[in-house]
Structure formats: structure tokens, C-alpha cells
Design a protein around this ligand. Sequence first.
Ligand code: AHM
Ligand code: MG
Length: 332
Amino acid sequence: MTTTLEQFIVEQEYHTEDATGSFSKLLRDLMLAAKIIHREVNLAGLANILGSTGQTNIQGEQVTKLDVFANHQLIRMLSMGGQVCALASEENDEVILLPDSQGKYVVLFDPLDGSSNIDVSAPIGTIFAIYRRLNQDAPPSIADCLQPGNKQIAAGYVLYGSSTILVYATKRSVNGFTLDPSLGEFLLSHPNIKFPQNGNTYSVNEGNFERFEPGLKSFLQYLKQEDKATNRPYTGRYIGTLVADFHRNLIKGGIYIYAGLTKNPKGKLRLLYECNPLSFIAEQAGGKASNGNDRIMDTIPVELHQRTPIFIGNAHDVELVEQMMASEKIVF
Ligand code: AHM
Ligand code: MG
């Protein structure tokens, strides 16, 4: 039997205490934004939407036309939908507060992850994290957006790849829904996702090898050695779109790494928009996410666009790299 995302959401709502429909409505708003972004992504190359806007964002990165489009769609859908009181986007300098909203939720997102892959028709994605509003009786504030990842109630991503898949996690389970373009519906294709235990993929930008700390270099060398019992050598796969690399490793088993570098100890990826939501999904799927020392989701955010190193994937791989880095510890 085929289950649509819509049916799945209604079914889940039935099992939750929040039976007011507010959370389901929020998910529907996200789903609609995802379909609109999917449509535009599939036109990239035909419509005049490739390339840069000529501007840079708060992170100093080039902003592409599709970044702007995706960001605009998400902000529009979520702020019009009435279920959120605050939003934060990787592409906006400041939080977006909706003081007149009675919305119970807060959404943080990376509208288009992997922007540098747009112009080469490689996979890109959208990542989102959902939190509860801190105080229903007070106006929303930046504090609503600076909650630690362990307060997430749900998280997900949409991967615009060979097909478009929406993976969505709650504390109950992680499920994947593939978009059937002929129906315009996301259909349940990957129920109850768990990291396979025998995966042996590693994903890291090895161009940075000389900038890695010694323990990480040792770990990468270890992965390349021959040993049948531990499935080594591992296979190296790196697309350069976090969502796509994470998704492959979630389905096949493995580890994704974006470490601190000698000149850049916090690495590149953003805690609130990229690392927290994927960490939530990883843990619900039986995996682990660490900054090299501690659980990513226990980090207390101090600023909106804060970065963190990330080691995410199968628990045994993440634990091993943590151990190897601890035994050859250096402080950048
Ligand atoms: P962004 O496109 O949202 O700015 O995300 C940053 C991207 C990630 O998707 C990807 O994993 C990483 O940057 C790749 O960085 P690098 O080119 O340094 O390997
Ligand atoms: Mg990103």
C-alpha cells in the first residue's frame, strides 16, 4: 500500500499529544515549499536562475540566485502559514521574528545546501530544524532560535538529486518520502531508516589533509588499510553537498567529517542550520554526531551563525575517530 507524506503526517498526529493539527500544518507548509524549490531546481539551466547574484552572505560566501529563491519560498510559506513565531535562515543576517503570530514553533533552516554544486547539476538540498517556542505568553526573541539541538522536536532535509527525497525525523522514527513528480506527492519509500552496521564509506574533503590534526590524519590512514574483519579499506565518497553526503551514508553506512582546520578550528559548517538537524536525524537513526569531543546537540549556541566541526554517521566510526583524536590531542 502506498502512503503519502500527507497521510503519514495525519497518522503521526493521531499518536502525539499535539492533536491540534498545528504541527501537521507546519509540515505541510514545509512540504509545499520543498515542492516549489524542487520545481525550480529542475529548471536550473533553462530558466535564468543559474549563477551568482553578485552578493555575499554573512558568512562571506557567494549568494546564488537559487539560494535567494529557496530562502524566499521558505520564509514566505512559513511566515504565512501561521504556525511559527520565529525563523532563522543561513542566508539572513538576523532572525525573523513574527511578534503577532500565535505560532507554537520555531524553524531554523539552510534553504539550499551545497550551493557550489548548482551550476554543475549535482545534488543540492534543504535542511530544517524545528523547536518549540520558549514562552507562548511572551513575544518571540532570538533566544527562541538559540536553543541547543537537544531541544529539537523534529528535523529533516530535502535532497534534490536523481530523485527528490524528503527525510523527516521525530523522536519516534526517521522516514524517507520520494517525490513522485507525476502525482506531485511525496510517497513513503524509506520507512524507519537506521544506519546499516556494516557500511564502510567515509566522506571528507581530503584536500584539507595537511590542515587536519594528527589524530584525524591517523584515522584516515587507518580507514585505508586492508582488514576484512573491519571492512577496510573504506570507500571514499565526497560530493561537497553535506545533505547528499549525509544521505548516502545514512542509507549505506559510513561517516561524514568536516573537521576543524589549522587556520579554521571551527571548520566550516553551521551548528544551527546544518549540524544540529542532521545530528538529530543521525541519532534517531541509531548513529552519532560529535564535534570531536562532545555531542553536537549539547552545544549551547551563543550566536546565530556559529560554526562547529562535525563527525557524523555510524556510532562506531564516530567513537573511533574521537578516541584517535583524543590520543593525539593538539590544540589549534
Ligand atoms: P552551503 O552550500 O550551505 O554554504 O554549505 C556548505 C557546504 C556543504 O554542503 C558541504 O559539505 C561543504 O560546504 C563543502 O565544503 P568544501 O568545499 O570545503 O569541501
Ligand atoms: Mg549548507
